[in-house]
Write a protein that binds this ligand. Structure first.
Ligand code: GDP
Length: 447
């Protein structure tokens, strides 16, 4: 997600970080590039302008130029401004369901945005996490299969849907859904409205009528993040007609650029509450501004990395390792050490997300099946089943040795091979990054 924006910003900050002391024109130049990067990532112009102005004001106000680590401080300011633009830290995605049940939630959006799927995802989430009894109803009488689609999704999710009655208008269905929910003691009624390929007056009038009837406690707009600026325009139009209380961005698992997420809050005033991250019914995440800012920057939260590193890492060891890495010598002992530190610092995903320029590496790791903590422990077991010589020189690992290692670690030869392959790729990568990436990182860690 967000590759282009994060990569561009990454290289801008890489350069900023390289400087000992910054001059005002360095900051100005970097911010100009940040602006271009934002615009290219489909961030709305006024949002980008406002964002840059805010960063600039703070950078100057905080006398960044004279501080010890000016580059880092600019990065932190940009990060914090991103979090604010995205909707602020600590603002949770909790839906406001505090009303006498049943609480109606209206789902609106264009056709193809993922609205129906998202309705089912949300229903599942409310049932599972918030222990709400949810009834779903499709008010889409235009697309013949729409009501049937929701029924099938409901079956998959184990969520009740309102039985379909032929010939009813959307308003009839809404009324029936609310009544049924009241009688049967449901906590929440999710009303999935009809979409259109584009916004037209008829659609808006229909949705507005339903809104007036159902008086929903939440009106959630579903938009496709892949459509970038169009998603923002769509949101603006819906917002002009309806009191949208929250936005759900779908297809964030694709290579959506950061623009939509960044502009949405600023342009519509409505917070992004959830993000869709896949086709499966559990692929709906609460929106987290801090995490999103970290991903947009592609370098994570530099500040917390530095802090964490100082707390958790054995600095002397890290220094020695960084030297070795920069030379391109990276053996399995080093990998084991990395695993140990990664577990300490909250897992592979967390650490890669925190490291500057590590977006690519993370992608590689993910492609290799990803690492969770349990996975890391298995990898460590494989390495510790090797002899010293094998760890130093993995090339000597023949089939016989691999079988021994697999047995010793309770894994399989395939897993041993997978680890070796991942190690080779990492070693290559580190050699390539050579003096740049890792040494930069080591420099960061050691302040
Ligand atoms: P609607 O016309 O707005 O109701 O859209 P649908 O709910 O029918 O979704 C259209 C397609 O988008 C379906 O194939 C969904 O599985 C897919 N979809 C919805 N949300 C996501 C998402 O977050 N990620 C991905 N990859 N696909 C999604």
């Amino acid at each position: 997600m967000f590759d282009s924006l994060s990569e561009r910003l990454g290289s801008i900050f890489e350069r900023l970080r390289g400087r000992g002391a910054l001059e005002e024109k360095d900051v100005a130049e970097a911010l100009r590039e940040v602006r271009v990067a934002l615009l290219e990532a489909d961030v709305a112009l006024p949002v980008a302008k406002d964002f840059i102005a805010r960063v600039k004001e703070r950078a100057i106000g905080q006398e960044v130029l004279r501080s010890v680590a000016p580059g880092q401080q600019v990065v932190k300011i940009v990060h914090d401004a991103l979090v604010e633009t995205l909707g602020g830290a600590g603002q949770d995605a909790a839906l406001d369901l505090a009303m006498a049940p049943p609480a109606p939630i209206l789902m609106v959006g264009l056709q193809g945005s993922g609205k129906t799927t998202t309705t089912a995802k949300l229903a599942l989430r409310l049932e599972k996490r918030e222990k709400k009894r949810v009834l779903m109803a499709s008010l889409d009488v235009r697309r013949p299969a729409a009501q049937e689609q929701l029924r099938i999704l409901g079956e998959q999710a184990g969520v009740k849907t309102l039985p379909v009655v032929a010939g009813q208008t959307p308003l009839d269905i809404a009324r029936r859904a609310l009544e049924a929910a009241r009688l049967s003691g449901f906590d929440v009624v999710l009303l999935d409205t009809a979409g259109r390929l584009s916004i037209d007056e008829q659609l808006m009038a229909e949705v507005a009528d339903i809104h007036a009837l159902a008086r929903p406690i939440e009106t959630l707009l579903v938009v496709d993040a892949l459509t970038g600026q169009d998603a923002v325009n769509t949101a603006e139009k819906f917002k002009a007609r309806l009191p949208v209380t929250g936005v759900i961005l779908t297809r964030m698992d694709g290579d959506a650029r950061g623009g939509a997420a960044l502009s949405m809050r600023a342009v519509t005033g409505a917070p992004v509450k959830f993000v869709g991250v896949g086709e499966k019914l559990d692929a709906l995440d609460a929106f987290d501004a801090k995490r999103m800012a970290g991903r947009i920057l592609g370098m994570g939260d530099i500040v917390s990395l530095v802090e964490k590193a100082a707390e958790d890492l054995d600095l002397e060891k890290a220094r020695r390792q960084a030297k070795k890495l920069a030379k391109g010598a990276f053996d399995l002992d080093d990998l084991a050490e990395q695993f140990r530190q990664m577990r300490k610092m909250g897992g592979m995903g967390a650490i890669l997300g925190l490291m500057p320029g590590m977006g690519k590496m993370k992608k590689m790791v993910d492609a290799a099946g990803g690492f969770d903590d349990r996975e890391i422990k298995r990898q460590e077991a494989i390495i510790s089943s090797m002899t010293k010589a094998e760890r130093r020189k993995p090339a000597i690992l023949n089939a016989r040795r691999k079988i021994r290692i697999a047995k010793g670690s309770g894994t399989s030869v395939q897993e041993v091979n997978k680890l070796l392959k991942a190690h080779r790729q990492m070693a290559d990568m580190m050699k390539k990054m050579g003096k740049g990436g890792m040494k930069g990182l080591a420099g960061q860690m050691m302040g």
